[in-house]
Structures are given as structure tokens and as C-alpha cells.
Design a binder for this molecule. Sequence first.
Ligand code: SF4
Length: 313
Amino acid sequence: MAEALSPETYADCQLCPHRCRVDRTRGEKGFCGAGAVLRLHDAMPHFGEEQVLVGEGGSGAIFFSHCTLRCVYCQTAEMSWKGEGTDTTVERLADLMLELQRDGCHNINLITPTQFLPHVVQGIRTARARALTVPIVYNTSGYERVSVLRALEGWIDIYLADLKYVSPSVAQRLSGARDYPEAACAALTEMHRQVGNLVVDERGVARRGLIVRHLVLPGFAEETRKVLQWIARNLPRHTHVNLMGHFRPCHLARRHSPLNRPLTEDEYRAARQAAREAGLTRLDTTHERLYPLVWVRREAPKEDEPPWQAGNP
Ligand code: SF4
């Protein structure tokens, strides 16, 4: 199936639901702004992901430049919006995977790789031929095409996918993609078909399966509730779900009230309660353990209070 993801794909790019149909090999740019040369921002052992991915050795993170969404609260705008990074080769990508495995990482965590999938598949193939054995994690916004995901079957062990919204108007306003809910919901269904529920080894480290993430946004409790209900109704109740509570007003968020302030502890706890009420039984505890340490305020700001000033510019 990987033939569907050959480098020729870039000549008529339809890798994500935007389906721009630009010829990236001739310098044309689509919504994501990516060219036809593989571009990476960073690679390192990462200890800030879910505990089931981090274990003791860390998750082997490889950050891809560019992104297929334009979230106004993006925490990595230099990499994702501006495409900052370094042009590189498939061979170097395979080297990085093997180096991260040698460093003791439990997996290779491909962060926002969609716009470079032909290179990604070649890189995995090359690295596996050179004794890469740790699981491959596909870390995505969830904005994917099912036909493209089908071409990934057998290459990916763990899908780590967001479900950000289920309302098209919210998706358009906050991420520039009205069809995000339709695409992400179909993608999650396909991902679960391929890899099933999360399986961990005797150390509690993930080996295979689906992890669904949802970033809890300040002032969007109803959207969070709808997202959790969708998961509970359309995936097994035992799906591993990570409710992330680390929202800070990054990038353009300060212009988009109510995203111009951090999430409160009360809002986060309400989201976890909503997950339980929806019937979800396997909530990740990584962020619940970490984030009480960094919450700086417990109350939402008053109407006339200026936006919170901390966080990334
Ligand atoms: S990967 Fe980029 S160029 Fe290709 S369809 Fe998606 S946004 Fe357009």
C-alpha cells in the first residue's frame, strides 16, 4: 500500500483533506506551505508526552516542519506556521530514528508528519531494514484522509491523534478547517480499525494501539463535552483518552477571547468529570499529575482584567 505514498505524490498533493492539488516538486505551495524536500525542526528524547510513551527512556520525538492546520493558539508557530527547520534527506531521517532507539527511547514519535508522508514511509522502511524495532507513533492533529491512512497500514504501531472539535464553525474559527470534525472523526475510526485499543507491556509502556488527545480550551466546555460524547459513542469506552490541561494563550490566542487566558483548574476538572459522565473509563493521568504543579490561578479572570501575559509570544 505504501506505493500510494511515493514521492510522485508531491506533484499533485492531496495528502491531507485540504487536497490542494499543487505541484510541490515545482515549487508550488498549498495550505501547509511545505515543499517537496523533507524538512525537520528537531529530534530528541521527549519526556513531556504521555507516561505510556515516555516510560523511563523517553519518547523519540521527531518534529516535522509545517502543518496542515492553522490553530490560532498554536504552541509551535515558528515550526508549524512559518515552517522553520532544516531541509534533510530520508537517509538522515532513518539515522535519527536509529539514534533515538540507541539513546534508549521506547518509540519513534513522528510529530505532525502528514505533509511529508512519502518521505516518512521511506524513512521507516530504511530504518527497519537497519534494525529499527521500537514502535512507530503517528502523532497528528487528526486532520487526515482515510485513504491516506489506509496506505499507512502496517507502518504505524501507535496512533496518537487529537480530536480538537466536533463543531465545524469552531474548527473554522480556531484552526482554519471547517471540515476538521468530519475528517478527524473518520480518521479516528480508521486508526482504531488498524491498531485497536492501546496495549502496554509489562513496564506499562505502549506497544500498539490508539491514544486520543483533546486539549481542553478555556471557555469551550460545551465543545469538550461534545467531543467526549463522540468518542464514547463511536469508539470503545475503554479507549485511552488524554485530556490535556496545559493550554496557555500562545501565538494569536490573545486576540481570540476566551482563549486570551490560561485554562483554570476548575475548567480542567470539569472536563474530566464530563469524560466520566460520557462513560469513558480509561483517562490518561499524566497531565492530571503534572499540571496542578503549574496552574498559576484557580479562577477565570474578570471581564475588565487585561489578558494574561505569560506564555509564548
Ligand atoms: S499536505 Fe499541504 S499541500 Fe498537500 S494537500 Fe495538505 S495542505 Fe495541501
